[in-house]
Design a protein around this ligand. Structure first.
Ligand code: V47
Ligand code: SF4
Length: 396
């Protein structure tokens, strides 16, 4: 993949004046407006967007590209809600087709990783009454008692809103309880598209965009960190994506608690929106790039490889992305059920090679971006195949 540099873009005499003005702003480290963001979505060519996003990425991180070693636990795939994009959940009426783990079942899964060098457990699943404040508090406590150094990244405002309401406690009280029980950070799920025009159609009944943002805000005020996603490429328009990014950027200005932005490409198998085509790889790369350019106050942009596949994940590293999530084992089924990678598992060696092949520097991180290991000089048996060339030359 070859991108022009931002200097080349600025020298291009044929560039439309509005796009040139945006490129100049980005080069000067200035923030772009919602109108300019929309212009990028509507008119920004792929190479141009890649040049701008890569400039932001390399200013922040150089070639550094992060991954982590984690595993997922999905307590249940039965859910009270009926999001139209969800391929994973089984309606409560058909709950016998799904799974509903007990506390002991989940602890057995956690214990399977006792001898593995994972640093994080990512817990998220469907919403059901038995998974309440007491259940999750006890789960977090048991995980921490068993393995204190394992980072618990768990649940989204979708679950928190539901369980706090059921327990008749405020978001503030609830998030404090979760923190005391051992919650370390929150993943970015459940954000979908904040704008109600879209949210009501695809995720009706679950927490609103405002509630999602408020729960993250409270968590940040308690000193916690979290991620943010955007589910794109279905029935939303570009202005809904900009509205979403603008709300994230505004909250980040207030709290600084977000670590990573993760665009999630809508996958269309086995759900109620299967009639919609999936976005093209070009659109996926444009979307990563615009996210990187727009969210100037987010440190990291992550490509979740089990969802977009390995090749697009590699390409994304030239379009603003500096993190490709984790080894994941094969413990998540959210995407395989929606048509993505069948067995989402990659060894550390695979991930390192994937990053090196496109000329970036692989760094294993913990959840809070502390460096666990720098893989720059780690040799593998068949290394010659992967080292010594760069598939990302920048034309100066
Ligand atoms: O909220 C569900 C999405 C999310 C589909 O924070 C779908 O590190 C596409 O948020 N097509 C859950 N997307 C996953 C998630 C996540 C994943 C990896 C890392 C992190 C992190 C967070 O998955 C849901 C929803 O937006 N989703 N179905 C689908 N058919
Ligand atoms: Fe339930 Fe989450 Fe699926 Fe919506 S996306 S139906 S809340 S599991």
């Amino acid at each position: 993949m070859q991108n022009p540099s931002i200097q080349t873009v600025l020298r291009d005499g044929t560039l439309a004046p509005a796009l040139r003005a945006i490129a100049e702003k980005v080069y000067a480290g200035k923030r772009i407006s919602p109108e300019e963001g929309l212009k990028l979505y509507e008119e920004g060519p792929l190479g141009y967007l890649g040049a701008l996003a890569n400039h932001v990425r390399e200013t922040k991180h150089g070639d550094k590209t992060y991954f982590n070693r984690n595993f997922h636990v999905e307590p249940t795939n039965v859910c009270l809600y009926t999001c139209t994009f969800c391929s994973y959940s089984r309606r409560i009426k058909k709950r016998e087709d799904g799974w509903e783990y007990t506390l002991d079942d989940i602890m057995d899964i956690v214990k399977k990783y006792d001898d593995e060098p994972v640093t994080e457990v990512h817990i998220v699943g469907g919403v059901l009454p038995q998974y309440d404040v007491e259940f999750y508090s006890e789960l977090f406590r048991q995980i921490k008692a068993h393995r204190p150094d394992l980072h618990v990244k768990a649940l989204t405002p979708v679950e928190y809103h539901y369980i706090f309401k059921k327990a008749k406690i405020s978001y503030e009280e609830g998030m404090k309880l979760m923190k005391e029980a051992g919650l370390d950070s929150m993943p970015g799920g459940g954000a979908e598209i904040f704008h109600e025009e879209i949210r009501d159609q695809i995720a009706g009944g679950k927490c609103s965009g405002e509630q999602w943002l408020r729960i993250h805000e409270i968590w940040h005020e308690l000193g916690g960190r979290s991620n943010a996603t955007m589910l794109y490429g279905h029935i939303e328009s570009y202005h809904h994506r900009i509205d979403h990014l603008e709300k994230l950027r505004a909250l980040q200005d207030k709290t600084g608690g977000f670590q990573t932005y993760i665009p999630l490409k809508f996958r269309n198998q086995n759900n109620e929106m299967s009639h919609l085509p999936e976005s093209s790889v070009i659109e996926d790369l444009r979307n990563y790039a615009i996210g990187r350019i727009y969210l100037d106050n987010f440190d990291h942009v992550k490509a979740y490889w089990p969802m977009i596949g390995r090749t697009t994940a590699q390409l994304s590293l030239a379009f603003g992305v500096n993190d490709i999530d984790g080894t994941i084992d094969d413990t998540t089924r959210i995407y395989s059920m929606a048509g993505a990678e069948q067995n989402p598992a990659m060894s550390t060696e695979d991930l390192v090679k994937m990053i090196r092949t496109v000329g970036r520097t692989p760094l294993e991180r913990d959840t809070l971006y502390g460096i666990v290991r720098d893989y720059s000089d780690v040799e593998f048996a068949d290394d010659k195949q992967y080292r010594g060339y760069t598939a990302l030359p920048v034309v100066k």
